[in-house]
Design a binder for this molecule. Structure first.
Ligand code: HEC
Length: 107
């Protein structure tokens, strides 16, 4: 495949992802909260962790997405997060990160 053709394909795929993500978000206004709730067993309700667990509430979305990408790639060694992060699509992780960024950290 020629380089411009590949670039065009990439742009088309990116546009398709955006289009695919939009109706799902519109259908379920609680989607981000529901996805973020799957992290609560370990990171606390709304990311307000207790004890030694890492809190997620109030973490900037960019920081969280960077950490999750490092878990996914293996750049950041982990006991469990490298597996967990593989269970979510990129749009789902973005929704989760935005949700936690908007939560107030535990005082
Ligand atoms: C089964 C328990 C468990 C679940 C569920 C879980 N995590 Fe984690 N998380 C951990 C552990 C343990 C660590 C420390 C790294 C490691 O050893 O994997 C961690 C670390 C992290 C970190 C790095 C925090 C820091 O300050 O270093 C982020 C970000 C994170 N998790 C996000 C999430 C998100 C988002 C979800 C839900 C999609 C989630 N986690 C679900 C156990 C969990």
């Amino acid at each position: 495949m020629t380089r411009p053709a590949r670039a065009a394909l990439g742009a088309g795929l990116a546009a398709a992802l955006v289009v695919a993500a939009t109706p799902a978000a519109a259908q379920d206004t609680h989607l981000a909260r529901n996805l973020a709730a799957t992290c609560a067993n370990c990171h606390g309700t709304d990311g307000r962790a207790l004890g030694d667990m890492k809190p997620l509430a109030g973490m900037s979305a960019d920081k969280m997405l960077a950490m999750l990408a490092d878990f996914r790639s293996g750049a950041q060694p982990a006991t469990i997060m490298h597996q967990i992060v593989k269970g979510y699509s990129e749009p789902q992780l973005q929704a989760i990160a935005s949700y936690f960024a908007a939560q107030k950290p535990r005082p």
